[in-house]
Design a protein around this ligand. Structure first.
Ligand SMILES: *Cc1c(COP(=O)(O)O)cnc(C)c1O
Length: 339
């Protein structure tokens, strides 16, 4: 889709030419070390045999919250000054970002309020409450919860920690790219789950600044791929949200996107879309052949290879972004009784 232009590549090395730089990511790595896991990069025998190329899995499932989002949240919170930390944090995510903010806030002794609608299932509410966050139930939709975030930001001076469209969050996610290149200097390509683009944008800045020839491929589901639609339209566009196995990849990128749209448009070499059946196959393969429990969003890199939708030439790293899937749903998928 996007052909890398040399002017984009040269901007990677210019100070602040992109909203996030390699230096930001290196500083984030030094800041979060010891507070987030340096995750394992393991060789996948079955995927190596299947593709004839060296294929590795970067297991963000090993983070204490079960997903990579802890990196960005931790970096953003560590960058706040004492006054802001005293006032506290607020966010509206009920998924992996909400968990990350709750966990990082508790680790750092900062108060966090997670706003959610009354439709959020009790198990999700409890998962976040058990991490020590304060829960505020408001309204009947994610939009209502987001409005409460804005109200608390205005009225009480709480700091909102956004899930992807924030330079400090993107820099935290980019630390994954540094780790992979350190472990695998001959890296040729990275397959990255793509939703709001904090993960893919951060990794792309890191690996391309270190080695511009490394290809970064974003992978989303066919059902509601917001960044794919935005890149195709040349600007953020509204998308219809649909139910998908890759639930952590749902949602828009924000019509007023500040950071991640530009990064993904300029740096991603391609964006691949997957069907629900293909995503289920990825989850199944991870469980049966790699002994990893992976949620739908975390399985899309494996799924893209199994579906023959990505051509590999050289050592490839797949970001296994998270493992938070309801056990019953996981069992059904692995048993092959549902997609
Ligand atoms: C949030 C999330 C993603 C997508 O990250 P973006 O930065 O929004 O693109 C992928 N996988 C999992 C497990 C996630 O929680």
């Amino acid at each position: 889709m996007t052909i890398m232009k040399s002017d984009v590549l040269s901007r990677l090395t210019e100070e602040k030419a992109l909203p996030v730089t390699l230096a930001d990511i290196e500083q984030a790595a030094a800041r979060i070390v010891g507070r987030v896991a340096r995750t394992p990069l393991i060789r996948s025998r079955t995927l190596c045999e299947r593709t004839g190329q060296p294929v590795y899995l970067k297991l963000e499932t090993h983070q204490p919250t079960g997903a990579f989002k802890l990196r960005g949240a931790m970096n953003a919170i560590l960058l706040l000054d004492d006054a802001a930390r005293k006032r506290g944090l607020v966010t509206a995510s009920t998924g992996n970002h909400g968990r990350a903010v709750a966990y990082a806030a508790r680790e750092l002794g900062v108060r966090a309020i997670i706003c959610m609608s009354s439709l959020v299932p009790a198990n999700k509410v409890e998962a976040i409450r058990s991490l020590g966050a304060e829960i505020r139930i408001v309204g009947l939709s994610q939009d209502d919860a987001q409005e409460e975030v804005e109200r608390l930001t205005e009225s009480r001076g709480l700091t909102p920690i956004p899930p992807f469209d924030h330079a400090d969050v993107v820099a935290g996610q980019g630390t994954i790219g540094l780790e992979i290149v350190e472990n695998l200097p001959e890296l040729a390509a990275v397959l990255v789950p793509l939703s709001g683009g904090g993960l893919a944008g951060g990794i792309a800045v890191a690996v391309k600044a270190l080695k511009p020839q490394i290809r970064v491929i974003g992978i989303s589901m066919e059902r509601g791929a917001a960044m794919h639609a935005a890149i195709a339209a040349g600007k953020p566009v509204a998308i219809r949200e649909e139910e998908t196995l890759a639930d952590s990849l749902g949602g828009g990128i924000g019509l007023q996107n500040h950071v991640t749209f530009t990064l993904c448009r300029d740096l991603l070499d391609d964006v691949i879309l997957l069907s629900e059946d293909e995503i289920a196959e990825g989850i199944r393969h991870a469980a049966r052949n790699e002994s990893v429990t992976v949620e739908g969003a975390g399985a899309v890199g494996i799924a893209a290879i199994l579906a023959d939708k990505v051509g590999l030439s050289g050592p490839t790293a797949i970001i296994i972004s998270g493992g938070n899937i309801a056990p019953k749903m996981h069992q059904k998928i692995v048993a092959g009784t549902t997609q």
